[in-house]
Design a protein around this ligand. Sequence first.
Ligand SMILES: Cc1cc2nc3c(=O)[nH]c(=O)nc-3n(C[C@H](O)[C@H](O)[C@H](O)COP(=O)(O)OP(=O)(O)OC[C@H]3O[C@@H](n4cnc5c(N)ncnc54)[C@H](O)[C@@H]3O)c2cc1C
Ligand SMILES: NC(=O)c1ccc[n+]([C@@H]2O[C@H](COP(=O)([O-])OP(=O)(O)OC[C@H]3O[C@@H](n4cnc5c(N)ncnc54)[C@H](OP(=O)(O)O)[C@@H]3O)[C@@H](O)[C@H]2O)c1
Length: 479
Amino acid sequence: MTSGSAPVKEYGMIAIGSGSAVSVLDSWLRTHPGERGAVIDKDSPGGICLTRGCIPSKMLTSVADVIRTVQRAPEFGLSVRDVRVDFARVMKRLHDHIDPEIEAIRQGLSQAREIDYYPETVEFVAPYTLRTARGERLRAPRILLGLGSEPRLPPIPGLAESEPLTSDTVFDLRELPDRLTILGGGYIAAEFAHIFSSFGSEVTVIGRNPRLLPREDPEISEVVTQELGKRVRLLRGRTPRRIRRTRRGSLTIDLGAEDGQPAEDVEADRILVATGRGSTSHHLHPERGGIDTDPQGWIRVNEYLETRQPGIYALGDATGVWPFKHKANYDARILHEALVNGRRIPVDYHAIPHAVFTDPEVASVGWTEEQARAQVPSSELLVGRYEYRHTAKGEALGVHHGLVKVLVRRNGLEILGAHIVGPQASILLQEVVNLLYTPDRSALPILQGLHIHPALSEVVERAFLSLRPLEDPPARSPP
Ligand SMILES: Cc1cc2nc3c(=O)[nH]c(=O)nc-3n(C[C@H](O)[C@H](O)[C@H](O)COP(=O)(O)OP(=O)(O)OC[C@H]3O[C@@H](n4cnc5c(N)ncnc54)[C@H](O)[C@@H]3O)c2cc1C
Ligand SMILES: NC(=O)c1ccc[n+]([C@@H]2O[C@H](COP(=O)([O-])OP(=O)(O)OC[C@H]3O[C@@H](n4cnc5c(N)ncnc54)[C@H](OP(=O)(O)O)[C@@H]3O)[C@@H](O)[C@H]2O)c1
């Protein structure tokens, strides 16, 4: 069959994006012998999480965590000589881990008999019909849009000329910058401020919001702002006006006077932009495929992840909600059920957890206090708080700043939100997340279950044991 001059290649299913979408394609092909599929990705195969997201960033936050632990040795009565960071070896360790995995995925996709792999950009030319950058035309009745997201650069004069790093390029850095300025105040800013300050760079973080991680419960983001602020220069409530390169090759970030703060120039060797991520759909031209997007370009889907075109689905970051790998994997499970098992199940995003692997670590699920107050009468709300340092293990670890905060509905003890800042926050939260996937979402199993003594899980237990009406003054943790 032809369309225009180029022959059209027909497939049973096409996956655009080689992250979570590929698992759906794989299982569909396994259960549909004789069918063929295509995988298209303009970047390294394996998806953002592996190639330039979760995995490489956590390879670095883990190194930063080790450095911070060693730096605290004197608190434990140990003398350790200064930690010296061999940046080249740290980056080699990272690439020794991810590059072979990427290569294995490339080989797997290239050699799979039932899959054609297109390492290039693709765009819609008509509903169900795509054209690759090299001009090949592909068609399928089932198309998975696992398009991911990409860094968004703010329109600051001089920024593009300053050769800024983004999370797409930072993992290729060969030299540790002496002075790094990070623009933004969210996940990436908080994680990379931890990484580079631990490695020895002088780090400045410039952000619009008074607090880092402004979407977290304020009590949590306040702790992060205070603690990270001890190692990093935080310039909050500021917007860069212009960036210039000096004659000596360094960069000057010009901060105008605002909110009573005087004008100021910040000097840097490199800038890392971490001001959020946007849709990649401008590469795809979904409108030509009859697919709707919202004003920001995110693909519009219904609760079954179906676009307006039957057989075309979007998953993961592409839909613009909950841009986390575990949520992309969950979407893939929903599509697996629909396309492989014939069970059309609506997505349920009521309890998508997340963690920020900075220092102190943050993990959270459900409503913040402000969100809970907006949804539930205050008289119905219970809040529990507990500090790590008031548990035996927290004390043994010398945790001065950690906190667990939980929000519960008085009637039925339904868990509404849980927020943790401190060591192992991501692991400690899981106990609460699992209860949010039970029918009544009740906190009772935590209140009734035994917690190992002396383990950090006692902080979570005691946060729930300290539940009291929101209006009451917070109880003092026992000495
Ligand atoms: C620095 C960083 C750290 C992160 N850390 C975490 C973390 O710790 N935990 C967590 O849960 N999440 C984390 N994330 C988020 C996580 O990486 C994403 O949520 C996840 O990778 C999204 O997967 P996906 O399957 O939606 O898209 P992916 O498959 O990962 O990406 C889509 C791919 O499709 C390609 N593509 C898009 N359009 C086209 C087109 N038209 N033609 C060809 N190819 C196209 C893109 O180039 C991209 O390679 C992090 C992200 C970043 C940037
Ligand atoms: N551990 C993890 O799970 C993890 C780690 C890294 C990345 N990620 C994923 O990657 C996504 C992107 O991370 P991110 O840190 O870039 O985004 P983010 O968490 O959404 O934070 C973006 C920050 O940039 C600021 N900002 C936005 N536009 C700006 C502008 N024009 N000028 C100055 N500041 C601006 C925002 O400030 P305001 O608050 O003022 O708007 C916000 O603080 C995250 O949402 C997350 O899904 C996840």
